[in-house]
Design a protein around this ligand. Structure first.
Ligand SMILES: *Cc1c(COP(=O)(O)O)cnc(C)c1O
Length: 392
């Protein structure tokens, strides 16, 4: 305990050397570009809702940045996930493989489609789904019948796999992709936290049939609330746009809808914010790399592990992450940093422990349990004034 006490007070001082002496949030949004101008343009044009130029412009910017052929904007990341799961043909009563180490949105979206999660363990180094655990689970629990993957225990169809790139650290997505190919599973990447994260120079989200992004207020860039589906598949893209705009059949005046659709389209006002944020994204990423390097230097003088991407991969450094030695040390650290005005946060309670999901199948979750007790996020915002400095 003595070690964690001195580490905690050193980390508080170091946080203040990066961010100053006021309360330090974990991650704050930065609006120092064209946000206000574009919002005013929207209001002046009367196009504030889901028809408008900014939505298309924001979609094109995201498609270009992620090197995706198509991008479809939605009201939030959860809606994007729900739509992506529907697009994958997941049906009521199906099962979907995912990780217990994730934000609740991943599992909520599965539930909206009437599917149940199966929780696969994560790798300790990436905090994302372990391809090895995925393979072992499928080999011992599943069989392929008429091209469909069936869970031998429940008799249900396993329809898809939804891994997540935790805090912007890419998981071993290529290996996950190979396992999914072998087992005929649709792969949907939850990239809500990984805009600007790359696997060998390829943007995360390019490995699944579809992937989703989130632009909630605490994410790397924000539209207030917002999300995006990205894909290279033209048919999925057309269907995604159709489904998220109430499935209305195009017609000059008739209202005909050809399937149950959703009002999930992002409003122009939110997209206006997104367009302005995209103009600063490269700078945010450079500044956040610099902050992560400072944390890395500080932490290399301690016994505490700083979580870094695998060799060859690039993280967006959305939330900097450390691993403490034990739960009591973690609890001491959380209590004292937050009391000192330095916001820190534990990783999520495992999905497999929550009331709604605790009956769901899992593979033992050895690493997930270890991470849940030890992982903490430390301040990660773009520091005040950093954007104007980088310009000069
Ligand atoms: C933020 C987030 C989402 C989507 O959240 P919204 O708030 O609905 O935009 C989904 N999955 C993960 C892992 C997230 O962190």
């Amino acid at each position: 305990m003595k070690k964690v006490k001195s580490f905690t007070s050193q980390l508080v001082s170091f946080s203040k050397s990066i961010y100053g002496n006021n309360f330090i949030p974990l991650h704050r949004p930065v609006f120092e570009g064209n946000e206000k101008n574009y919002l005013i343009d929207c209001i002046d044009s009367n196009f504030v809702s889901s028809v408008g130029k900014k939505v298309t412009e924001f979609e094109l910017k995201i498609a270009e940045f992620t090197d995706s052929k198509y991008a479809i904007a939605t009201v939030n990341g959860t809606a994007a996930l729900h739509a992506a799961i529907q697009l994958a043909g997941v049906k009521r009563g199906d099962e979907v493989l995912t990780q217990a180490v994730t934000f609740i949105a991943t599992c909520n979206a599965l539930s909206y489609s009437g599917a149940e999660p199966i929780f696969i363990d994560v790798d300790e180094d990436t905090m994302g789904m372990s391809p090895n655990s995925l393979k072992i689970f499928l080999e011992s629990n599943a069989k392929i019948v008429n091209g469909e993957t069936i869970n031998k225990k429940t008799g249900k169809r396993i329809a898809a796999c939804v891994p997540m790139h935790t805090f912007g650290i890419p998981c071993r997505i290529k290996d996950i992709q190979s396992v999914c190919d072998e087992w005929n599973l649709s792969l949907i990447e939850d990239c809500a936290e990984s805009l600007g994260s790359y696997v060998n120079k390829i943007h995360t989200g390019k490995f699944g049939e579809t992937a989703i992004l989130s632009f909630n207020g605490n994410k790397l860039i924000t539209t207030g609330g917002g999300g995006m589906i990205i894909t290279d598949d033209e048919n999925l893209a057309i269907h995604a746009k159709h489904m998220t705009t109430t499935s209305k059949v195009p017609h000059p005046f008739e209202f005909v809808h050809d399937e149950v659709g959703y009002n999930y389209r992002m409003p122009n006002l939110n997209a206006a914010l997104g367009c302005a944020q995209m103009e600063r994204l490269e700078e945010f990423l450079i500044i956040k790399t610099n902050v992560a390097e400072q944390w890395n230097d500080f932490l290399s003088n301690s016994d505490v592990k700083f979580i870094k991407p695998l060799d060859g991969d690039t993280a967006n450094n959305w939330l900097n992450t450390i691993m403490l030695d034990s739960k009591p040390e973690r609890d001491y650290f959380l209590e004292h940093t937050n009391k000192s005005g330095v916001m820190t946060r534990p990783i999520w309670t495992l999905m497999s422990k929550l009331e709604m999901f605790k009956h769901c199948q899992n593979d033992g979750l050895k690493n997930s349990v270890k991470l849940e007790e030890r992982i903490v996020n430390i301040p990660s915002s773009v520091p005040d004034g950093a954007l104007s400095k980088i310009k000069n």
